[in-house]
Design a protein around this ligand. Structure first.
Ligand code: SF4
Length: 494
């Protein structure tokens, strides 16, 4: 990483891509990211800054015809100003441990992994979900941000968004003098403070191609922490675009990851669930009200999208934090629809799908189902504790499960939400309401199920449990640290 830092001053090739084959599909390429993240309209080309500044106009594609997003991404590797892998710097790893922003190695969570995912403290029994907390991609992103801080001492370091959806980790980066790019009330980003030669970190869920173009044109050093599983989705939509297919993206149109994925697609529609996918499939098979379609997906489709023209060839893509089962069901539905409409002989030219599902989200959900699956027996839990950022999509799904089973469940983003003296907690419900509950921990024996979202460091869980134990036993003096086996990563490095 140090060598890369010095390479930051090396001359770089211009930002424009090689162009690539200007196929009909490519001419439709470069669809704008949704309005609220800055980007769009530049049919006549222009600087990347202009591309960004035209963000408000969603009627035109973001990139000029013929712009080749994949070639552009590849060209970044040759600039000498682009880093996309961790260096495994031991000092950075040690600092992460000191800050409690990685996997726990000696705290309560680490020790619970060695004691059957359970712990008894006085009359409290804690059961930890068997899959919980930081996923591989998130841990990797935080590590790369720490390594960047060390590699560029004294240099201005920016990040285009929260590195991950966890307030504690983001706060740590702020304390390390990492500047977060300002966003207006509508989410539009202000890159005016980013100067040539400075360093910009891209978060785990990536950045749009238009942001990448702007940063490259400005000759900054880019530290790209985008999870490789997210990049895999970008490759899928790129393949679909090259073959003239419209990408049907299962995701939330306002989520940063989906915004980035859409920016790498040519023509796209974003469906947030099975019901919207069924609507699209019904339109494919039976036609429908075009105006209603356009209104329904007004924030969730590429500029100039025409359902009567653009659904003849389709491909499937997904936001990685959506429910795996739902993504699979949508993929099957789309395939079945094209089969019905065009017959088996044409299916391969009418439908594309690539396995881009990341299991991390589903594994965490399955573990909560298991934890809460034996209610009313000695194996069940009395209450659930869900720890994770309040803007974390995958954590909200974890909270949903006990709520649907009528199990009291308390979703907190940090230990600060728990008032020990008053036995009170401020917590969020799955549908978004923030509520305060007094006397939330009853007296006597209690079995608590615990889980945490994929952006939540183990330390956040340990801090929450510390407060729980102190409420139940005012004389509780904390868990003594003890070195434990290191958590295994769910995926290998590419
Ligand atoms: S949930 Fe999966 S795709 Fe998303 S950051 Fe984690 S490992 Fe990567």
């Amino acid at each position: 990483m140090q060598a890369q830092a010095s390479a930051a001053l090396a001359a770089a090739p211009p930002a424009r891509s090689s162009g690539g084959a200007a196929t009909a599909a490519a001419c439709r390429r470069g669809a704008a990211a949704p309005l609220r993240r800055g980007v769009a309209a530049c049919a006549a080309g222009g600087s990347a800054k202009e591309v960004l500044e035209r963000a408000a106009d969603r009627s035109e594609p973001a990139n000029e015809p013929g712009f080749d997003a994949r070639a552009f991404r590849r060209s970044l590797n040759t600039t000498g100003r682009y880093t996309r892998k961790p260096s495994n710097d031991p000092d950075s790893l040690a600092l992460m441990e000191e800050h409690g922003v990685g996997y726990s190695t000696s705290g309560l969570v680490a020790q619970m992994r060695e004691t059957g995912y359970a712990w008894k403290q006085g009359d409290v029994t804690v059961k930890l979900a068997e899959a919980y907390g930081f996923c591989w991609g998130v841990e990797r992103a935080v590590q790369m941000a720490y390594e960047a801080r060390k590699a560029y001492p004294g240099q201005r370091l920016h990040i285009t968004n929260e590195i991950i959806h966890n307030p504690g980790v983001n706060q740590r980066l702020k304390e390390m003098d990492v500047q977060f790019i300002d966003q207006g009330p509508d989410g539009e980003k202000d890159f005016s403070g980013v100067k040539s030669g400075e360093v910009v970190i891209l978060p785990a869920f990536g950045a749009s191609v238009q942001e990448l173009r702007l940063l490259n044109e400005r000759q900054v050093q880019i530290v790209d922490t985008t999870c490789p599983w997210v990049s895999k989705v970008w490759n899928a939509v790129d393949n679909q675009t090259r073959k003239g297919h419209t990408s049907i993206i299962h995701g939330k149109w306002e989520h940063e990851e989906t915004i980035a994925t859409a920016s790498f697609a040519g023509t796209y529609v974003i469906v947030k669930g099975l019901a919207e996918a069924e609507y699209v499939c019904d339109y494919i098979l039976n036609g429908g009200n075009r105006e209603e379609f356009l209104a329904k997906f007004s924030n969730a489709m590429s500029p100039g999208f025409d359902p009567d023209r653009d659904l003849e060839r389709i491909g499937m893509a997904n936001q990685t934090t959506m429910l795996k089962g739902e993504t699979e069901a949508i993929g099957k539905l789309l395939e079945k629809t094209q089969l019905k409409k065009y017959g088996p002989a044409e299916l391969s030219s009418r439908f594309m799908i690539m396995d881009t599902i990341c299991d991390a989200t589903q594994e965490r959900q399955d573990a909560v189902y298991k934890l809460t699956g034996a209610q009313g027996t000695a194996e069940g839990v009395d209450i659930m504790l869900v720890v994770g950022g309040f803007n974390s999509s995958n954590t909200s799904h974890l909270q949903e499960i006990p709520e649907l089973k009528d199990i009291p469940s308390f979703w907190v983003d940090s230990a600060a939400r728990i008032n020990v003296d008053a036995n009170k907690v401020t917590h969020k419900l799955a549908h978004g309401e923030l509520v305060e509950t007094a006397n939330w921990l009853p007296e006597g024996p209690l079995v608590i199920g615990v889980t945490s979202g994929a952006s939540t460091p183990d330390k956040a869980v340990e801090d929450v449990l510390d407060r729980v134990f102190r409420i139940k036993d005012p004389s509780f003096a904390g868990i003594a640290p003890r070195k434990a086996a290191v958590k295994k990563a769910a995926h290998e490095e590419e």
